[in-house]
Design a protein around this ligand. Structure first.
Ligand code: SAM
Length: 221
């Protein structure tokens, strides 16, 4: 399967395993991952954020309830919200999530914005789990201390130390065989889990995102 489906499948597999109730996709773009996530019945709140409002508006219809959702409602609850906003800015409505994903987003950020991304997501939103994917060559920008990450001590990662997370580095897509040892996967994926520590928290109530789409799925409740 193409690489982008493999990345999305990685998230779906994680969701099946961990059963998060509140999930947000940062840099949701064409809403393709959200469209797949909406079929995961454990999810009660699904949120997408993208800096390009026009992109969301063009693709948000993908998330509308289908006629089968109306004809055969279930007991499952699902609410979907889409926001125009930047991952470099805080928004209190994005706090308290079980899972946040950032698929092929951070490689588009400048280094200062990447620092803001870390402080916003790990320091302010503080979801229980975060899945970050980037093309392989861009990955080390996020983890400057981590050249040749496969042999590094993951605990040394600055973002984990600063914000109280641990990370497991994995990936999807195999590099050409002769490079596999040195190169690893085509798409690197970091799976972060929040630790049970309480570093100084940024608790300010900030609302900087604009709600562009909001839908409640029909339910029998
Ligand atoms: N995550 C999607 C996927 O896997 O197909 C889209 C990836 S696309 C390469 C990057 C997306 O990130 C674009 O939709 C872009 O508008 C969005 N983006 C870029 N900078 C952003 C920012 N600062 N905040 C939120 N979204 C951003």
């Amino acid at each position: 399967p193409p690489l982008h489906s493999q990345r999305h499948q990685f998230v779906i597999d994680f969701v099946r395993k961990k059963q998060p109730k509140k999930v947000a996709d940062l840099g949701c773009g064409e809403c393709k991952l959200l469209k797949q996530l909406r079929f995961q019945r454990n999810i009660e709140l699904l949120v997408g954020v993208d800096i390009t409002g026009a992109k969301i508006k063009k693709h948000m219809h993908r998330l509308a309830p289908l006629s089968t959702d109306h004809l055969q409602p279930t007991f499952d609850q699902l609410h979907i919200d889409l926001y125009q906003g930047s991952v470099t800015q805080r928004d209190a409505r994005l706090r308290g999530f079980d899972l946040m994903t950032s698929i092929e987003l951070i490689e588009h950020l400048t280094l200062p914005d990447l620092e803001l991304f870390s402080s916003v997501v790990f320091g302010y939103m503080r979801p229980a789990s975060v899945i970050v994917s980037t093309p392989n060559s861009e990955f080390n920008k996020l983890f400057p201390g981590l050249t040749g990450f496969r042999h590094s001590d993951h605990k040394a990662l600055k973002v984990c130390l600063d914000y109280g997370y641990e990370v497991e580095i994995t990936g999807v897509g195999e590099a050409p065989q002769e490079q596999q040892e040195s190169v690893g996967f085509c798409s690197q994926i970091g799976v972060f889990q929040r630790l049970n520590v309480s570093p100084d928290r940024d608790e300010e109530e900030v609302f900087s995102y604009t709600l562009v789409y909001s839908v409640n799925y029909p339910t029998l409740r």
